[in-house]
Design a protein around this ligand. Sequence first.
Ligand code: BGP
Length: 473
Amino acid sequence: MNQIENKTTTIKKYDFPTDFWWGTAASATQTEGAAYEGGKGPNIWDHWYEVEPNRFFDGVSASVASDFYYQYKQDIALMKELGHNSFRLSISWSRLFPTGEGTINPEAVDFYNRVIDALIEAGIEPFVNLYHFDMPLALQEKGGWESREVVMHYVAYAKTCFELFGDRVGKWFTHNEPIVPVEGGYLYDFHYPNVVDFKRAVQVAYHSILSSALAIEAYRDTRQTGKIGIILNLTPSYPRSQNEADRQAAYLADILFNRSFLDPSVLGTFPAELIELLKEQDALPAMGETDRKKIETYTVDILGINYYQPRRIKVKEHLPNPKAPFMPEHLFDYYEMPGRKMNRHRGWEIYEKGVYDILTNLRENYGNIECFISENGMGVEGEERYRDTDGSIQDDYRIDFIAEHLKWVHHALEEGSNVKGYHLWTFMDNWSWSNAYKNRYGFVGVDLTNQTRTVKKSGYWFKHLIEENGFEG
Ligand code: BGP
C-alpha cells in the first residue's frame, strides 16, 4: 500500500454535536490588570506580592496582567474572529466589593456589564465563575475560608452577582478548582496565606463546599432559569500495578483529591472512607444537620472539568515519621511511569486518555451529569523561539495536544457521555499566580512590553475546527 492510500484509510473525521460549546476560559486576576484602579480593593494576590515579591516568577505582579480591563473590546472582537461561541470569565470579588462585603463598587458593575454585553453582542455566551482563587484581603484578615462569617459574605456576593447580571448570564459557576486554594494556601505553600496544616486545610475545603451549596440555594431562590455548577480539576488516579496495596493507595488519593469535592458537589454526600480518614486524623469539621441538608439538597446542574494531568500512585514504601504532622502523602507515593509523555515545561504528564476516563466515570457513577471540559491546555516556556518569520508562533505541539484530547472526548460522546463543550485554557497568555508569565497557554500571544496580541497558529486551527464543528486526524 502506498503512503497516500495508507493516509486515506487511517484519517478519521471527528464530528461534534451542532450545539457543542467551543471557546476558552480565563479568570479576573489573571487577565484584568487594573489591580489598583477602578475602585478595586486588594485581594490576597496583591497583598502577597507586596510582602513577598520574590515568590513570583521574574518578580512580575498581577497589577497589569493582560490588560483585559482596558482592552476587553478588542479581545472580545478577537474571540469572535476565532469563532468562539462561549467564553468563561470570573468576577473579581474585591472589584465588586472592595472589602468583600458592604458597599458595591459602581465602576465594577459598569465594567462587568460592559464585558457581558460585548460578549453577547459578539454571539459569545458568557459563562461566569464567582471565585477563582482571589479572596478579598479584608476577608482573608477575618480568616478567609476558615471562617463561617466569610462563607456568608461569599453567599451575599454571589446573590448580588445573580441579581446584577443574571438577566443575561445563564451559566454560573460557584468556584474554580476549590481544592487548589486548599492545597496551595493550607498544605503545600504555593498560595497565600502559606499555611501548612491538614486540619485547617480540611476546614477550608469544607467551607468552600458549603459555600457552593449555599450559593446554589441563593441562585434557585432567584427563580432565574439558567444553570449553576462548579468547576473541578479532576486528576484520575492510576495505580502502579493491580496489586491490592497499589490499588488501595490510588483509591485513597482519588478520595482525597477528586471525590472530596466531586461527591458532595454532584451527589450531595461525602465518601464514607473520607469521613473515617478525617476522624482518624482528628480533622473532621463540625458539620451541623442544617449544613448537611443544604449540601445534600443543593447539588450542581452542571460540572466543569479541568483536566491537565493524571496521578500515578504506588503504595507507600517508607512509612512517615509517626510524630510528623499528617499530610495526604503519608498514605501513598507518587511514581513516574516509565515512557510517559511529558510537558517538560510544566513538569506535567500528558495522558490524553485521562479525559475519557473522567467522562466515563461521570457517566457510570455520577448519573451522567451534564458536563464540559472547562480547562485543558499546554503551558510552554519561551514560546518566542517558535516564532516564524511571518511573526506568528508555530505552536504545533498545542494543536496536537488539543486534537489528541478531543479524540478521547469524541470517543466518550460516542459512548453516551453528557459532555457539552470544550474550553481551552486559555484565550490569551496570562498571569498565572506565582508562575506569573513563565508558561504561555493562550491561542493568542501577548507581548508584555506593549500589550499587543498576535494569534498563534493554534488559534487559527481552532477557528477552522469550530467552523467545521470537528476535525480530521
Ligand atoms: C489551573 C487554573 C488556572 C491556570 C492553569 C495553569 O489550575 O485554574 O487559573 O493557572 O491551571 O496553571 P499554571 O500556569 O500554574 O501551569
